[in-house]
Design a protein around this ligand. Structure first.
Ligand code: NI
Length: 173
């Protein structure tokens, strides 16, 4: 197993549409293990393949990453088939450093996906679980949670991030 590098905004790899997965082989299982390890190490409650530079439809989620009873959820080729209600809550993202903000999401979703073995799965999710799934599925379509914020908030974050990166470059000179 290995820790993977988590790409940060504004890395263009985070903006790509991802490819569906059709081979459920050892290579995929290795990637899942490495993504899970990277998520727990971060620590985070969800990680999508594009965040580690892999352009595929794969996300890992664990709502209780710190508990001894971890329960890893692996979703391959996930799709939100239905959504209803809306709820606003605070979100952050391992790829969007130093920002958390309120985002409106469906309160309840129906999800279609495949598991690590390629078997089709279908389930309903609500509350925080529904939010995390929506956030991670967004990643598979090149969408970040900042895209759900007002234009002003997004512009402020871009500016702050630019300044941060500029300072990093200057420090390394
Ligand atoms: Ni994220």
């Amino acid at each position: 197993m290995a820790l993977l590098e988590i790409l940060k905004y504004p890395n263009p790899a985070l903006r790509k549409e991802t490819e569906p997965i059709s081979e459920f082989n050892n290579e995929l299982h290795e990637l899942i293990k490495n993504m899970a390890e990277t998520m727990y190490d971060a620590p985070g409650i969800g990680l999508a393949a594009p965040q580690v530079g892999v352009n595929k439809q794969l996300v890992v989620i664990d709502l209780h990453p710190k508990d001894e009873e971890r329960q890893l959820i692996v979703l391959i080729n996930p799709e939100i088939s239905e959504g209803e209600g809306s709820v606003v809550d605070e979100e952050g993202c391992l790829s969007v450093v130093d920002l958390s903000a309120n985002v409106s999401r469906f309160a309840h979703v129906k999800v279609k996906a495949q598991n690590a073995q390629g078997d089709p799965i279908e389930f309903e999710a609500e509350d925080w679980f529904a939010r995390v799934i929506q956030h991670e599925v967004d990643h598979l379509h090149g969408i970040l949670f900042i895209d759900h914020l007002s234009r002003l908030k997004r512009a402020l974050y871009k500016k702050k991030r630019k300044k941060q990166l500029h300072e990093l470059v200057n420090m390394s000179k």
